[in-house]
Design a protein around this ligand. Structure first.
Ligand code: ADP
Ligand code: MG
Length: 267
C-alpha cells in the first residue's frame, strides 16, 4: 500500500538502508517487495537470499527486451510504435522475483530510461504498471533509487507516498538532498524526510541537521558511522546477518517503527 523511494547521493548508504528497512518491516509481519532501480544493481548482496543464487546471472527487468515485447507488444526501439498501455503484469513477481532473507522479495528492475526514449517508451509503461500493481498487493513497496535526481521525474517515482533522502555528513550529500527536495516538490510528493547516515558525533549531526531543516527537510533518524560495515563488506555478507551488525539492526528496526508510526503515515 505504501510506496517508499530511497534516494540520495551515491555512496551515502541508500542500498544498505533499503535492505535493512525491508527486512525490519518484514519481520514485523508486513508484506514487502523491494525494487532495485539502480543501473548497477547490488541490493541483493545487501539483502541476502536464502538459496544459492547466481547474482551474476540476474538480468534487470528493464533490459529484458523479450519480456518488454511480450508484455507491451512493442519492440524496444523507435518512436511512434503502437503498444499496449495497460500490459498484464500480475505474473512478473512470481516469474522474476528473488526470495531474500526474512521473506523479503526483490525485483531487479535496473535503470528505467534505457536509451533516452522518454517517458512513453514501452519499458517505462511496463515499469509504471508494475509499480501500480505491486503497490496494491503488498504493504510496503521500497524502491532503492539510482544516485542523482534525473530519474525521479519518471513515472515510477511520481506516485510514491514517502520519499526518504539519505544524507551523510558532507556538503555534496546536502546539495543532492536540496535538488531532490525541489524535484519532490515539483512532483507534489508531500512526505519527504531525511535520514542521516555515517554520523560520527553529535556536533556533525547538529550541523547537517540544521542545514536540512533550513531546507524544510525534517530529519527523522540518524544512523551512526559503524565500522562493522567494513567487516561485512570484506566478508561479502549483509551487515544484518553478522554478529557485529547488531547496532545497524537496531537502527533499521527503530527507523521502521518511526515510518509505520501514525505521524509519518498521516503527516
Ligand atoms: N552507517 C554506516 N557506517 C559505515 N559505513 C556505511 C554505513 N552505511 C553504509 N556504509 C558503507 O558505505 C558504502 C556505500 O553504501 P551503499 O548502501 O552501497 O550506498 P548507496 O546505495 O547510497 O550507494 C558501503 O561500503 C557501505 O558499507
Ligand atoms: Mg546503492
Amino acid at each position: 500500500m505504501v510506496k517508499i523511494a530511497i534516494s540520495g547521493k551515491g555512496g551515502v548508504g541508500k542500498t544498505t538502508i533499503t535492505a535493512g528497512l525491508a527486512r525490519a518491516l518484514s519481520k514485523q509481519g508486513y508484506r514487502i517487495v523491494v525494487l532495485d532501480m539502480d543501473p548497477s544493481p547490488n541490493l541483493l548482496s545487501s539483502l541476502g537470499c536464502d538459496s544459492k543464487i547466481d547474482i551474476e546471472h540476474i538480468k534487470p527487468l528493464m533490459e529484458m527486451k523479450d519480456l518488454i515485447e511480450e508484455k507491451t507488444g512493442a519492440p524496444q526501439k523507435g518512436y511512434g510504435l503502437v503498444f499496449k498501455l495497460n500490459p498484464k503484469v500480475d505474473d512478473i513477481l512470481d516469474r522474476f522475483g528473488v526470495n531474500c532473507k526474512d521473506n523479503v522479495r526483490l525485483l531487479v528492475m535496473g535503470s528505467i530510461n534505457q536509451g533516452g526514449e522518454g517517458c512513453f517508451c514501452p519499458a517505462n509503461t511496463l515499469a509504471k504498471r508494475l509499480v501500480d500493481y505491486l503497490s496494491g498487493s503488498v504493504d510496503f513497496l521500497l524502491m532503492d533509487m539510482e544516485a542523482g535526481v534525473e530519474h525521479l521525474g519518471r513515472g515510477t517515482t511520481r506516485t510514491v507516498e514517502i520519499l526518504l533522502i539519505v544524507v551523510e555528513p558532507s556538503i555534496k550529500a546536502v546539495e543532492a538532498a536540496k535538488h531532490i527536495k525541489k524535484l519532490a516538490q515539483d512532483l507534489s510528493i508531500r512526505k519527504v524526510f531525511a535520514i542521516l547516515n555515517k554520523v560520527k558525533n553529535k556536533k556533525e549531526e547538529n550541523i547537517i541537521k540544521g542545514m536540512l531543516e533550513a531546507m524544510k527537510i525534517p530529519v527523522i533518524y540518524s544512523i551512526p558511522y559503524d565500522p562493522a560495515m567494513t567487516k561485512a563488506d570484506l566478508q561479502g555478507l549483509p551487515i544484518f546477518d553478522i554478529e557485529e551488525g547488531k547496532n545497524m539492526n537496531k537502527c533499521v528496526e527503530e527507523l521502521s517503527k518511526i515510518l509505520t508510526a501514525e505521524y509519518v503515515l498521516k503527516a
